[in-house]
Design a protein around this ligand. Structure first.
Ligand SMILES: [Zn+2]
Length: 544
């Protein structure tokens, strides 16, 4: 819910300022309100107590597929209730995961009705043997954080009328102001006070004194971090439910750029296709978040920027405070979109077609844009004294007029590079005195022949190189003491070899059904010359 949507079009700048500074104190909100119920005409909405009771009842009635837990306490000490829904719900199975949350802005009560409705769709559909929902529950792990800002929601309905209360209830130190806009407080690109994001503690879009200053956003951050297993974020798709405007919005909100450096072309294309598909099912308008207005520190930007979760913001309803007669229709219109996004979680990029699906929906896919569990010097056997593998954006270097460290990477912004920095000479921040290695997390290969390990690589050196210098790629058999098989060795030769991205594809049929790791090593073993290596876009393809 936003000030401008509430303000009449004729209000002008003065009216907008009044609304944006609406937390100055025009509404007397008790510091710790316990709401009896919503105002008349809205009683169909759930208070915090009603929500807590309902979630507990559903979990108690369906312990085989529903697990209730709290992701932590709010500023005022309320539990932030959440559920996990899946078959074998007590086991962390290797299934794609999905996250839904609602009521981050506490005057957007339809968001809680939406998360409750999703819980009921999944439970009721499973109980009644609905084939599609049974398949979803059996093959996914679905997390629902019912209400991110229950303190604010209780304050918003205190005294039996609405208070237009959007933020949490945390005082801002050093001021008399109450509340941080939780959807401006997440720690990705936090602090860009442009568009609808404010540094003013009195503003309804106040970002907070620092990222994750609010207990509610810290709890969300810590919950998301808890879903990193084996170095990899398990949650693949997400929706955060807001109100109003009937919009489906994809990242980013912090910039007008469609594909900034912290997004890949493939991700953008898939985000748009999935977003437009969902919008076609619920009648919303699909757009990039910044098409509405610039925002920074949002849930959606954090989830995508940090973890590459395909995360969407839904703005529900066509007006603020829709009465409870609209709950069924406004939540119901999102059923197909919700189920569709859950189904996409196994590999969102599959919507880009058969070729991309084969390449990127296999047992492993890492564009190296975010941390996904690679470990430098995993065995503590590296001998190098110079630069080690680093993931990031390389600074270009040249030697004798020849490019040694590349300026660009094959996808997005980041690759693994031996020393990202350029340094003061071309041989600074390169491999010296031996080997540096980096090892992937474990990869469970299906027992099917025809899978391929594919990756992009670059290897450059000066004319002092010998065959003792090399780039080496090995497949490690994790079930056999990490027994190593070299699948690519590029030895040095006594000429200047320039950087350049090449592609290699290795048949993995010998490892079908096994658990493997992949190790990249770069070695400067002779005279300490210039040795620069890199790799990107490591994949195990589907069988082909
Ligand atoms: Zn909102």
């Amino acid at each position: 819910m936003t000030g401008s949507r509430r303000a009449p079009g004729s209000a002008g700048l003065a009216g907008l300022l009044v609304v944006l500074l609406g937390t100055l104190a025009p509404f007397a909100v008790p510091a710790s309100a316990v709401a009896a119920d919503f105002p008349k005409g809205w009683e169909g909405y759930h208070t915090y107590a009603e929500m807590a009771t309902e979630v507990a009842a559903v979990a108690a009635a369906h312990p085989d597929i529903v697990q209730r837990f709290s992701i932590g306490k709010t500023y005022q000490g309320r539990n932030m209730w959440a559920v996990k829904i899946s078959d074998n719900v007590g086991v962390d199975e290797n299934e794609p995961e999905v996250l839904f949350d609602g009521l981050t802005h506490s005057d957007e009560h339809m968001g809680l009705e939406m998360t409750l409705r999703i819980m009921h769709w999944l439970v009721d559909g499973y109980v009644s043997h609905d084939a599609r929902i049974t398949n979803i529950v059996n093959t996914r792990e679905i997390w629902i954080v019912l209400a991110v800002n229950p303190d604010g929601a209780e304050a918003d309905i205190a005294g039996g009328h609405f208070h237009f209360w959007r933020k949490n209830r945390q005082p801002t130190p050093g001021t008399t102001a109450i509340g941080t806009d939780l959807n401006r407080n997440f720690g990705y690109r936090w602090g860009i006070a442009e568009g609808r994001t404010s540094k003013n503690p009195l503003a309804i879009t106040y970002m907070g004194p620092k990222a994750f200053s609010a207990p509610e956003t810290r709890n969300m951050r810590d919950f998301l971090a808890s879903r990193v297993v084996n170095g990899r974020q398990q949650i693949r798709t997400a929706i955060t439910f807001h109100e109003s405007g009937r919009l489906v919005m994809w990242p980013y909100g912090y910039t007008y750029a469609n594909i900034p450096l912290d997004m890949t072309v493939d991700d953008h294309n898939a985000l748009v296709i999935i977003g437009r598909h969902m919008a076609a099912t619920n009648g919303y308008r699909p757009e990039q978040a910044s098409d509405l207005y610039l925002t920074s520190g949002t849930t959606r930007d954090y989830e995508y920027g940090t973890y590459r979760i395909f995360s969407y913001t839904f703005e529900m309803s066509v007006k603020d405070y829709p009465d409870d007669s609209l709950i069924a229709s406004e939540t119901g219109r999102n059923k197909e979109a919700v189920l569709y996004l859950i189904e996409r979680a196994s590999c969102p990029l599959a919507v880009l077609g058969a070729a991309v699906r084969t390449a990127r929906c296999g047992a492993f896919d890492d564009d190296l844009e975010v941390s996904r569990g690679w470990v430098v010097n995993a065995d503590h056997t590296d001998t190098g004294s110079g630069a080690t593998w680093q993931r990031g954006d390389p600074a270009p270097t040249t030697y004798a007029g020849v490019r040694m460290q590349p300026d660009t990477v094959p996808s997005g912004r980041s690759a693994f590079i031996t020393g990202l920095a350029a340094g003061t000479s071309s041989s600074a921040n390169d491999v010296d005195g031996g080997r540096t290695s980096v090892t992937s997390p474990t990869i469970d290969l299906p027992a099917t022949a025809g899978q391929k390990l594919q990756f992009r690589w670059t290897f450059a050196h000066d004319a002092r190189a010998t065959s003792a210098d090399e780039l080496r790629v090995e497949v490690l058999d994790a079930g056999n003491g990490n027994a190593a098989t070299s699948v690519l060795v590029v030895p040095g030769t006594p000429v200047v070899r320039s950087a350049g991205w090449r592609t290699t594809s290795i048949d993995l049929s010998a490892w079908a059904g096994k658990t493997i790791r992949v190790r990249f090593s770069a070695t400067d073993a002779g005279v300490n010359g210039v040795v620069e290596a890199g790799f990107d876009d490591v994949r195990v393809t589907q069988p082909q």
